[in-house]
Design a binder for this molecule. Structure first.
Ligand code: NDP
Length: 370
């Protein structure tokens, strides 16, 4: 057995107490084993106590290497609720006006920014200036320029910047990457990424250009953008794109409803992807090479991820993605561990440059070289 597979099995085994979470239990974290952990613990303040923050926080209950130490919120009632649920002292509670004062709080190591996309730039830079490491949700910024400014600000403040790319720690995804690197699919030739769902409430921030930075591409299409890179293991050299809009009222100017995009890679491999807010049941990655194929379907949902290759089903056990992510991010920040697929700010800027190019290609109707 090679060391990557052993690593994955060890990682999964160390986090699992139940063999498989039933579908209705997807939000429940799998608990860690009872192995005592005596190492450093990452003390995290969660910023923006919305839907995804709650999912992350519940999954973190099973973490041994990371814990919730504080909150930043604009809603006092949520702060009270989180204080009770996660035993957070008053001195670790902040709002968006005063969180810069965290610079004087030695009990918080990192801020996890889970606010709307358009606010990440300001929130990340201020958290970095307060001397805290930052974990930021995807998309890290609304364009590559802002993303680079965030990377630069964190470097200047001498703090780490990581992005909530939870799939970079997902065992079936990593197994396919291992198989590809070992040449088990032969020369890889094609990737297909399908990312989409029908978005509801037309008044939500995800359909507001200023807060979302765009539309489906920023929110869900980014999974195919990021996925084509880690599945193929290369950086694209060109993109083309076509946009379709059936509802210009719900999807105003600058808020993309559906974009199909294609990309070419130095090896000659090509990718064809769909990003949409107007079709359901789209969460599939497919990779084919001269000797084999891999499929993830679902590929990026909260799990369980289902994976198979020409050699059969992949059978790693399911653990809440956010539990594994936060355990691994603790090791990255506190112990300098290098992840198999990067999760740093530079990695996010690569995605944002591609997204900028996709928008440009769709607008100009031309192939854009990267
Ligand atoms: P929600 O709308 O559920 O929560 C966002 C929270 O941000 C709000 O509850 C609020 O918390 C805070 N907030 C601050 N300013 C504003 C504002 N002007 N308008 C709205 N909310 C504001 O969004 P999600 O949790 O779904 O998404 C948050 C981020 O997480 C996004 O960047 C999204 O892309 C990402 N995400 C990532 C996922 C993943 O799988 N990696 C999955 C889902 C989302 P408060 O009241 O405490 O201030």
């Amino acid at each position: 057995m090679n060391s990557r597979r052993q690593f994955l099995q060890k990682l999964t085994a160390s986090l699992i107490t139940v063999p498989f979470l039933p579908l209705e239990d997807l939000s429940a974290p799998a608990g860690p084993d009872n192995t005592p952990y005596a190492g450093p613990v990452l003390r995290v303040a969660i910023m923006g106590l919305g839907g995804y923050a709650n999912r992350v926080a519940e999954a973190m209950r099973a973490c041994k290497k990371a814990k919730i130490a504080g909150v930043v919120s604009g809603t006092p009632a949520k702060i009270t609720d989180w204080q009770t649920r996660f035993r957070i002292p008053d001195k670790n509670c902040y709002n968006y006006t005063n969180f810069d004062k965290m610079i004087d709080n030695p009990d918080i190591d990192a801020v996890y920014v889970i606010t709307p996309n358009g606010l990440h730039h300001d929130h990340v830079i201020r958290a970095a200036k307060a001397g805290k490491h930052v974990i930021c949700e995807k998309p890290m910024a609304v364009n590559a320029k802002e993303g680079q400014e965030m990377v630069d600000a964190c470097k200047k403040a001498n703090v780490q910047l990581l992005v909530g790319y939870r799939m970079h720690f997902e065992p079936k995804t990593l197994e396919i990457i291992r198989m590809r690197n070992a040449g088990e699919f032969g020369k890889v030739q094609f990737f297909q990424g399908l990312s989409g769902f029908v978005i509801g409430d037309p008044t939500q921030w995800r359909l507001n250009k200023q807060l979302a930075g765009g539309g489906a591409m920023m929110d869900i299409g980014i999974y195919s953008v990021n996925g084509m890179r880690y599945m193929l293991g290369e950086e694209p050299i060109w993109v083309t794109a076509e946009e379709t809009k059936t509802d210009p009222v719900k999807f105003a100017v600058g808020v993309d409803e559906t974009i199909q995009f294609q990309a070419g890679f130095p090896s000659g491999a090509i990718a064809s992807c769909l990003s949409t807010y107007n079709m359901n049941f789209l969460d599939r990655f497919f990779l084919t090479g001269e000797k084999g194929f891999a499929e993830l379907n679902p590929a990026t949902g909260y799990g369980p991820i289902l994976g198979r290759t020409n050699k059969g089903e992949l059978s790693f056990l399911h653990v809440a993605h956010q539990t594994i992510q936060m355990e691994e991010m603790s090791d990255i920040i506190l112990k300098g561990k290098q992840p198999i697929v990067p999760v740093n700010g530079e990695e996010a800027v690569k995605d944002l440059k591609i997204i900028d190019a996709i928008y440009k290609a769709a607008k100009e109707g031309k192939k854009i070289l990267l």
